[in-house]
Write a protein that binds this ligand. Structure first.
Ligand SMILES: *[C@@H]1O[C@H](CO)[C@@H](O)[C@H](O)[C@H]1NC(C)=O
Length: 618
């Protein structure tokens, strides 16, 4: 009898150990998938039932369930679920006759509570809302209007001057302009605050917001095109609901306090952040603008447990001077994307054991990855079951031709496991792509056709990824963020990461410059030296010699006080690339890699001339 029990126990133990060894992530994967499937089942239920529950419906439900719970904390002001419900009702009352279901209105506002009151208010009237990027002006701003067909513009009090120059043309087009002020002195601009305050807080009939299909557009969110004008991604109720499940899938609960320092006009803050807060019935601390010096203070003050990030934001936090109490906080989770390995490690070392949860997915895309294991450097995790839900593929990409490699019959080719390829996501009823408003052409440009068989269609993410042996998915590069040197491809993100490991380098931006007489582009890095440090050419030389293959070593270094950023904190490289490495036209200190001296030495005009004339080999 006992030997039987012992044998059983031994068997169980070895099975357990085998599972630990062969499938170390089994239980965590299973748990995560169960969550995803549960959420998916709910959406499927909405899709099939006549009664569709949208994010706004969820908000109304929460406001009935927990009216006194703080929903939003912003600039010292706390609004409960009930208070925001009433405020959005007032908004709906003001406009209930001015707009009808299906109309589009545009919001041009910074992060403030009324952004959300207006968003919810117009949704209660069955309108779609376009979130305008507060950094764009004149021509681009007008363009945003025309592509989503907005009939009204609502402008924050702090942004009225931004629309000054397009006011006459808006009026010509019959677009009503409302500003969030008590009174307006400008002709043709209505004041809104006074009207909101006078309006009744009673809800408008729920039929006004009811939708029959989850695939009706509810928002337009603009994504920056790499060139040219912004594109309006169509966000349907379905996508809004999916994004709102992000925190939940990572195990967040209603007792969490979520810190959002990102702009609301992006999908991360609005769909994942606010939508996710609503879904959980949690509290959101909304920051008008990210501040690295106030970040931890804010977190302590409000007992923040989850924060939203983009990679650069974590880097800025790491670059702050160290403080004694920097591990003293309750933040347990960060949710965002673009966190690079070096920053990730540094962040954990300094600020303690915080679970960093990467979410990969573009605003308009039909695919999403989540790194629920928290493996440093990975954006997501896949497995057999995940591939049943999300049909994605990595295909070979030609960096010079800047297009996917096609075989003789014209089809794309899968990459080997571990190899980098272009990420494509199949467009089908399970994962539809709704495209960009007002432009069939732009939509079509993101779709790749006849990929594996005639007639199929894939969403082209424009991202180069690799999937490793353990099913982790790692971001490698954006298409276009690579250059070729000595017949090899150099991924700028990779070089940037290596440079970031040098102790005196605070930040680096890597790009390729043309050197006369050479094919391709030579590596160059714009570098910010840490405040209390000096540039050490020998040390940097030894580091890149050791860490980088010869073709990837930056030949030129340019010291800068600051790096130009786009509005989403991405490095702006175009101007750097254009200005090259001529010391006569660049006032920043320049250095070049000198093998004979085993160091980076100052790049003088005579050195420059010898390189350009080909006397000095590079
Ligand atoms: C944060 O938590 C502490 C301890 O539980 C509590 O005393 C304090 O009131 C909380 N602060 C806020 C803003 O909720």
């Amino acid at each position: 009898m006992w030997s039987w029990v012992a044998a059983l126990l031994a068997g169980l133990l070895s099975a357990h150990l085998a599972q630990r060894r062969c499938f170390p992530y089994f239980w965590r994967d299973a748990l995560f998938l169960t969550r995803v499937l549960r959420y998916g089942a709910r959406l499927e239920f909405y899709k099939r039932s006549a009664r569709v529950v949208t994010v706004v419906d969820r908000f109304v439900q929460q406001a009935q369930r927990i009216p006194d719970k703080p929903f939003l904390i912003c600039d010292g002001q706390t609004l409960s679920y009930g208070a925001l419900e009433q405020r959005s009702n007032r908004v709906a009352r003001v406009f209930q006759r001015a707009v009808k279901s299906g109309d589009t209105v545009a919001l041009l506002m910074s992060n403030e509570p009324d952004f959300i009151a207006l968003w919810l208010g117009f949704c209660k009237l069955g309108c779609s809302v376009a979130f305008l990027n507060t950094n764009i002006r004149s021509r681009s701003l007008r363009h945003c209007f025309s592509c989503c067909g907005a009939r009204l513009l609502l402008v924050g009090a702090d942004l009225l001057e931004a629309v000054e120059d397009i006011l006459p043309s808006l009026q010509e087009d019959g677009i009503g302009v409302w500003s969030l002020m008590r009174e307006s002195s400008r002709p043709g601009v209505h004041s809104l605050l006074d009207k909101i305050e006078q309006a009744s807080p009673e809800p408008v009939p729920a039929e006004r917001r009811s939708v029959r299909c989850l695939r009706t557009p509810t928002l337009y969110i603009f994504t920056s095109g790499t060139t040219g004008l912004p594109k309006a991604a169509v966000i349907t109720h379905l996508q809004a609901l999916k994004a709102a499940g992000g925190f939940w899938a990572y195990g967040a609960t209603g007792s969490d306090v979520i810190y959002t320092p990102l702009p609301l006009y992006h999908s991360a803050a609005s769909l994942v952040g606010i939508g996710g807060t609503i879904e959980l019935g949690a509290t959101c601390v909304l920051k008008k603008k990210f501040s690295a010096s106030q970040f931890w203070h804010d977190c302590r003050k409000h007992n923040v447990t989850i924060f939203q990030y983009i990679g650069e934001l974590c880097r800025y936090l790491c670059n702050q001077p160290t403080a004694e109490n920097e591990k003293d906080h309750r933040v347990r989770m960060g949710v965002g994307n673009g966190l690079r390995q070096d920053v990730w490690r540094g962040f954990l070392r300094r600020f303690g054991d915080i679970r960093m949860c990467e979410i990969y997915g573009s605003t308009e895309g039909n695919l999403c990855f989540m790194n629920h294991i928290g493996k440093i450097g990975a954006v997501g995790r896949s497995n057999f079951f995940y591939k049943l839900i999300f049909k994605y593929d990595l295909v070979k990409y030609d960096l010079i031709g800047d297009e996917p490699v096609r075989d003789r019959s014209g089809f794309c080719q899968h990459v080997q496991r571990g190899e980098t390829g272009l990420l494509l996501s199949k467009i089908c009823s399970q994962s539809p792509f709704f495209g960009y408003a007002g432009s069939k052409q732009l939509t079509e440009k993101k779709i790749l056709r006849d990929v594996f068989v005639k007639g199929d269609a894939y969403f082209n993410t424009g991202d180069l990824m690799a999937e490793d042996e353990d099913d982790f998915i790692c971001f490698r590069d954006r298409v276009g963020d690579t250059f070729r040197w000595k017949g090899e491809n150099v991924a700028t993100t990779e070089v940037t990461e290596i440079l970031g490991l040098v102790d005196f380098i605070q930040e680096a931006s890597v790009y390729g410059v043309q050197v006369p007489g050479n094919e391709g582009r030579a590596g160059m890095a714009a570098v910010i030296v840490r405040p209390e440090c000096t540039f050490d050419g020998k040390k940097l030389f030894n580091h890149v010699l050791k860490e980088l293959p010869s073709y990837a070593r930056p030949l030129f270094i340019r010291l800068q006080e600051s790096l130009e950023m786009t509005s989403t904190f991405k490095q702006q490289k175009f101007a750097l690339v254009e200005s090259g490495f001529d010391p006569r036209s660049i006032s920043d200190p320049l250095f070049f890699l000198d093998f004979s001296e085993k160091s980076y030495l100052p790049l003088t005009s005579s050195v420059y001339d010898s390189i350009v004339s080909g006397q000095r080999k590079v």
